[in-house]
Design a protein. Structure first.
Length: 378
């Protein structure tokens, strides 16, 4: 069986679910595979599958499990990583159990030749760092500068926005695009409008269950209610959030209230915002297909759905401080900057104020007009 067949077959664990527990000592038992497969075997994918079955559900730092999305991303990356190392470097017999720094260095050199972004390189090495723990090599992966050089632009990942990723920054008017999207697909129209009105992540908008989502001040999370003392009504966002962290966003204007009324009228009680009968994966594919159809891509119009989240928090910051954020040209911290950033963090669903720099920029970093920096999806 050649590698392509193995990859599509049973060599790797099934996606979107937890691997079943194998009978101890059975040929399919991961421990049996790892103890019997010879080092450097051509059946490396089966060896990798056994390691994934044992460890892929584990969190890298905490005693808890991880999401299916994280498991999927790890599995896809690691399969491609070892395939690249074996086929595109001199290490044709690299075994998943004997991964070393020489293999990682060869892979990083490949990534650099392919012009991968700084964020991507850092993310890949982070997965390999976790993988090192799985195979009993906790200190395997070194700092990024060891592989790329201390003077490389990829040595440090700067999580401070220098370019405004809002749609308005690219002269794309949401209010003009929405009727086109809505006419083509009613549900995607609602989903993207939730991103625009409430700063939701696309996944949050697709998983949003409107019935019972409104909260009074007394019912809202204490930290969110305290951050917005002028509001009495909040919207609970808890499905599809990053890290499973729920948050309450204040309902502050008539446009938001009108949207919630339309969404609640369209969605059956207990259901999410999306075409009835669609799975989450089908809803996701449909969402991005529709946006691409109307040019909402980085390649065509220069904007993506996540840019509406950037726009929401930047517009809110400017409304509260009376001055543009650093990424929009502000060069000094306006009055109320600290409080506005604390509130922005709560709107975004983050506990750390410094995360707002990924959206708003920092006064110490002047905005750049050319060479857009990579977007940090937070």
């Amino acid at each position: 069986m050649f590698e392509g067949q193995q990859y599509r077959g049973a060599a790797l664990p099934p996606l979107g679910t937890h691997a079943k527990r194998e009978t101890a000592g059975a040929p399919s038992d991961p421990q049996t595979i790892l103890s019997t497969a010879p080092m450097g075997t051509n059946d490396w994918l089966r060896v990798l599958g056994a390691i994934l079955k044992l460890h892929n559900h584990e969190h890298s730092a905490k005693h808890k499990g991880v999401s299916f999305k994280t498991m999927l991303n790890r599995q896809r990356f690691l399969a491609k990583f070892f395939r690249d190392v074996r086929k595109s470097t001199i290490y044709h017999e690299c075994d998943p159990r004997t991964l070393g720094n020489r293999h990682i260095q060869a892979a990083v050199d490949l990534w650099l030749s392919r012009k991968l972004s700084t964020g991507t390189i850092h993310a890949y090495l982070s997965i390999l760092r976790t993988y090192g723990e799985w195979i009993g090599k906790p200190d395997l992966v070194r700092k990024v500068e060891y592989y790329v050089g201390t003077d490389s632009v990829h040595a440090k990942r700067h999580q401070v926005a220098t370019v405004d990723h809002s749609w308005t920054a690219k002269a794309v008017q949401f209010e003009a695009k929405l009727p086109e999207i809505r006419a083509f697909d009613f549900w995607v129209g609602l989903q993207i409008e939730l991103c625009y009105r409430f700063g939701m992540r696309p996944k949050e908008s697709r998983h949003f269950r409107p019935h019972g989502a409104l909260r009074t001040r007394a019912e809202a999370f204490e930290r969110d209610a305290a951050a917005f003392p002028e509001h009495d009504t909040f919207l609970r966002i808890c499905e599809g959030t990053k890290g499973g962290r729920p948050r309450d966003v204040p309902v502050s204007n008539a446009a938001q209230r009108e949207l919630l009324q339309r969404v609640e009228a369209a969605v059956a009680p207990g259901m999410f915002v999306g075409k009835p009968g669609q799975t989450a994966q089908q809803s996701q594919r449909r969402f991005y297909y529709v946006l691409e159809r109307f040019g909402i891509t980085r390649a065509e119009l220069g904007v993506v759905a996540h840019g509406l989240r950037h726009q929401f928090v930047n517009d809110t910051f400017e409304a509260e401080t009376g001055a543009p954020s650093p990424v929009r040209g502000g060069t000094t911290a306006p009055a109320g900057d600290k409080r506005a950033r604390q509130r922005a963090a709560r709107l975004l669903g983050h506990g750390r104020t410094r995360v707002t720099s990924c959206y708003l920029g920092s006064p110490s970093h002047r905005p750049v007009a050319a060479a857009p920096a990579e977007e940090v999806l937070a």
